[in-house]
Every structure is written in C-alpha cells, then in structure tokens.
Design a protein around this ligand. Structure first.
Ligand SMILES: NC(=O)c1ccc[n+]([C@@H]2O[C@H](COP(=O)([O-])OP(=O)(O)OC[C@H]3O[C@@H](n4cnc5c(N)ncnc54)[C@H](OP(=O)(O)O)[C@@H]3O)[C@@H](O)[C@H]2O)c1
Length: 190
C-alpha cells in the first residue's frame, strides 16, 4: 500500500506492473492496485500465473520466458519486489512520466538505484524511488476494513505445524509457494 499509494501515487486507469507478483507482498499489491482501478500486469513464474489471474491480474508474464523490460510495453507504475533489472532497463519499461518503486532486491541494486534516482528526476520526468516501509496504525485499520469486507484477502498456499517450520522455509526458497505460508503455532502436530 505504501509503495503503490505513497511512493507510486497510484491513479485509477493507470497501467501498473508488479514484478514478483506471486509472493507475499505481490499478491496483496495486485489486489490493492485492482481495487483502486488500475490495469495490472503480474510477473512471476509459470506455476503462479493462474493464481495471479484469479486474484485480479489483467495480464500475466512468466519471468522465465519473457523479460518485461524488453517487450516494448510501458507502464505508469512499476512496483518491484525482486529488484533484478538494471535501472536503464527499468527506465525503458516506464512511460514518459512513469514511476518505479523498489521494494526489495540485492543490496548492490538498491545502492545503485539510491545513487541514480536524483539524477534521473533531474533530466527526465521518470521517477525511481525505494520504499522503506513505516508501520502506520491508520493504514493497518484501513487494511482491516479491506479484509473484513473481503476486498483484499491473503493468498495462503500452505500451512505447516511449528515442527515443520524448516520445511516451510525450504519450500519458499524452492519457489513452489504461492502467496503466503502459514506456520501454525497452535497446531496439534507441534
Ligand atoms: N521495502 C520494504 O519496506 C519492504 C517491505 C516488505 C518486504 N520487503 C522485501 O520484499 C522482498 C519480497 O518479499 P516477498 O515476501 O513478497 O517475497 P516472496 O514471497 O519470496 O515473493 C517474491 C516473488 O518473486 C518471484 N520472483 C523471483 N525471481 C523473479 C524474477 N526474476 N522475476 C519476477 N519474479 C520473480 C518469486 O518467485 P519464485 O518462487 O519463482 O522465486 C516470488 O513469487 C524481500 O526482499 C523483502 O525483504 C521490503
């Protein structure tokens, strides 16, 4: 929410791309962007694309088959959970006054984006920003309303007892988990 609304200034009707859309952050980002009237493209591996469409993505791309920075399409807003593309490539995928919001990624990419972002805004209308999430009670209340109204819901792929927490982490690392994983502290199997 902070990435799309505060950093990205999300507007109704905008074309938004979420890179890493099938994980814990991206599955919420898709639903939030759709709720606010955006046309959403989700990028993730092939096994997660059906789920992305089920939660509202208008278009989906398999990152193992297609590089979204090289297919000629341009977006008003890119929210990036993965941070694996160069700043030059990302600028290519932004519209004239588009915004790129980095949520996660390798430290060298984060540092490079931090260094480059003031210069990009100096010479172009395009904007590169990095989100540093700040806990906000009012946002949490808003999120509670969305959940209670069924407007934005977590995608929970699997549930594990605490005794299988290590396996839960392994499964996330292997890329087979869609959305969130729950480790149930109260499970009888613990
Ligand atoms: N800035 C902040 O304030 C803030 C707040 C929250 C989280 N974060 C950061 O955000 C990052 C992601 O969080 P998360 O919980 O959403 O992680 P996650 O659940 O692991 O999701 C990442 C998703 O990206 C996919 N992916 C991997 N490589 C990709 C590629 N090359 N192109 C497109 N998608 C790709 C993964 O798919 P596979 O299964 O195929 O790998 C996975 O579905 C973490 O680095 C976290 O630290 C930052």
């Amino acid at each position: 929410m902070q990435g799309l609304r505060d950093k990205g200034h999300l507007q109704q009707g905008q074309q938004v791309l979420i890179n890493g859309a099938g994980g814990g952050v991206g599955t919420f980002a898709i639903q939030y962007a759709k709720l606010h009237g955006a046309e959403v493209t989700g990028v993730d591996n092939a096994g997660k694309l059906e789920m992305l469409q089920a939660i509202g993505a208008d278009y989906v791309l398999d990152y193992t088959q297609e590089n979204f920075t090289k297919n000629g399409k341009k977006y008003d807003l890119i929210l990036d959970v993965v941070g694996n593309r160069s700043i030059i490539a990302l600028k290519r995928a932004l519209k004239y006054n588009g915004t790129y919001v980095m949520i996660g990624g390798p430290t060298p990419h984060i540092l490079l984006n931090l260094l480059c972002s003031p210069f990009i805004s100096l010479f172009e209308k395009k904007k590169v920003t990095i989100l540093i999430h700040k806990p906000n009670h009012n946002d949490q209340l808003l999120w509670k309303e969305y959940a209670e109204a069924g407007k934005i819901l977590p995608v929970i792929d699997r549930e594990y007892p605490l005794s299988e927490a290590a396996q839960a982490v392994r499964d996330i690392g292997e890329g087979s988990v869609k959305g969130k994983t729950v480790v149930n502290m109260m499970s009888k199997e613990n």
